[in-house]
Design a protein around this ligand. Structure first.
Ligand code: DAT
Ligand code: MG
Length: 194
């Protein structure tokens, strides 16, 4: 799928080029506290999302309590980095996104680069973690790694969001490009039908 952005005075319309046959996939992306702490970095990451043809379905800023962090990363409990990870993820504001795109999960993972920042810097210097990551723990972003984890993680961050309802009611319009980017809300919304 290819999006072409056309900026008008008030809003950015997204026009589609080529055939759009594949259903959009949703993923959860998080900008972690190390990056949210720096407004310039946060802005650059938001722009990176838009430049890579993701549709921003939802976006919210939040702070985790320690329990949220423990629950989200329960699969890693017992690993040597777990306490560090849990503490870091509840150390300050984060930004969570529901992103849509063809193969959104893999695209976002590719864009992030390898988990370990020191490896990312070496093997994928242009990736988000290669470019902005500080340490293996403070690695700038999170992304779901499978369809199942995307579903679980989207509910974790956005309990009021119904993926099934979005797929039925909004996905076809989003896929065909009947959307615009709302600069104030910083998300894409359906264009008013004429
Ligand atoms: P990813 O975030 O790429 O999906 P993961 O699920 O294996 O990676 O691990 C979750 C987070 O835990 C990761 O983003 C940072 C932290 N982490 C993983 N491996 C680590 C390590 N070897 N040292 C320090 N932190 C680590
Ligand atoms: Mg993971």
């Amino acid at each position: 799928m290819f999006w072409r952005q056309v900026t008008t005075t008030k809003k950015t319309m997204l026009l589609t080029a080529g055939r759009l046959s594949k259903v959009l996939q949703l993923t959860l992306a998080v900008i972690k506290p190390d990056a949210v702490a720096h407004p310039v970095m946060l802005e650059a990451l938001h722009k990176r999302i838009l430049d890579n043809n993701f549709v921003i379905v939802r976006c919210k800023d939040l702070v985790w309590r320690r329990q949220d962090s423990e629950r989200f990363y329960a699969e890693h409990s017992g690993r040597f980095f777990y306490q560090r990870l849990v503490e870091f993820m509840s150390s300050g504001p984060m930004r969570a996104y529901i992103l849509a795109r063809e193969d959104a999960i893999q695209h976002w993972r590719n864009l992030m680069g390898p988990t370990k920042v020191f490896r990312a810097r070496y093997t994928s210097p242009a990736s988000i973690r290669g470019q902005f990551g500080l340490t293996d723990t403070r690695n700038t972003t999170h992304g779901s790694d499978s369809v199942e984890s995307a579903q679980r993680e989207i509910i974790f961050f956005f309990p009021d969001f119904s993926e099934q309802e979005w797929m039925e009611k909004e996905e076809p319009a989003f896929r065909s490009g009947q959307i615009h980017y709302d600069h104030q809300k910083q998300i894409h919304t359906l264009s008013a039908q004429s």
